[in-house]
Design a protein around this ligand. Structure first.
Ligand SMILES: C[S@@+](CC[C@H](N)C(=O)[O-])C[C@H]1O[C@@H](n2cnc3c(N)ncnc32)[C@H](O)[C@@H]1O
Length: 249
């Protein structure tokens, strides 16, 4: 499994990506502002109601898990990176964290990011875990969110196969992916054989109904003059309800 997400560079980039204010991320007036707040926008695709339990797999430094807590009694955020989970727990406790923003070359600017107001930190639990081998006693969730995760897994189909035991019947799944398949993370034999959407449908449609497919851009600041602008395909699924005989199809 890749260790890139344990590095200080990625911790700082993701803290800024998840919690940075627009002016901290993008000081250029002509830049793509609509690509900011991605971890908030993906969560906004769930239907508007209060639920009991939500899960964010591949939660990184935690912004979407905190956003889920606005409409959920309990949220579990899971990521394989110990460093990301440690940062998520720290911002939950301390509300404000220092970040080192790369300006250029070896020049950095010290800055701070803050936990947004109105989130229910007491309802959010963060833990290290492997999306391909999640602990069996996690239970079922009303909402499962996994953003930009599947194309970073060595064997993504193992995560997809677990989803029908994670999302309760009638529950919702938001799966976002920029479809950026790379050998560095996933051997080509485990890539979708064709289009990612078709592959997701092949894996999920016996247990889930595809409700929406929406494109959401996101922006990750690498230095003051260089950014990653990428478009994620956000899919929303509803887990099938039991049929008359009580079976879930
Ligand atoms: C591209 S980042 C996306 C993070 C976050 N969901 C977002 O949208 O900003 C991929 C995340 O998946 C995590 N990850 C990679 N492999 C994983 C695995 N096997 N199990 C759980 N998380 C994993 C990484 O540590 C990283 O936080």
């Amino acid at each position: 499994m890749s260790v890139v997400y344990e590095s200080q560079r990625y911790i700082d980039e993701y803290l800024l990506f998840h919690f940075g204010r627009p002016e901290q991320i993008l000081k250029w007036p002509g830049g793509p502002r609509e690509a900011l707040d991605f971890p908030v926008r993906t969560v906004s695709h769930f239907s508007a109601s209060f639920v009991d339990r939500s899960l964010d797999v591949g939660c990184a430094v935690g912004r979407s898990a905190f956003e889920l807590s606005r409409h959920s009694r309990e949220v579990v955020g899971i990521d394989f990176s110990q460093a990301f989970i440690e940062s998520a727990k720290r911002i939950s406790r301390e509300k404000c964290l220092k970040v080192r923003c790369l300006e250029e070359g070896a020049c950095y600017r010290e800055d701070e990011v803050e936990l947004p107001k109105g989130v229910n930190v007491d309802g959010v639990i963060f833990e290290v875990g492997d999306a391909m081998n999640l602990r069996e006693d996690l239970g079922m969730f009303d909402r499962v969110h996994a953003a930009n995760l599947v194309c970073r897994l060595p064997e993504p189909q193992r995560f997809l196969e677990r989803l029908d035991r994670l999302v309760r019947p009638g529950g919702e799944l938001v799966l976002a992916t920029p479809c950026t398949w790379l050998e560095e993370f996933t051997k080509q034999e485990n890539w979708p054989p064709g289009q990612t959407l078709k592959w997701l449908q092949n894996h999920l449609s016996s247990q889930f109904e595809l409700k929406d497919v929406v494109d959401e851009p996101f922006l990750i600041r690498e230095s003051s003059r260089k950014f990653q602008w990428t478009v994620s395909m956000v899919t929303r699924w509803k887990r099938n309800e039991p049929t008359v005989g009580g079976e879930v199809s």
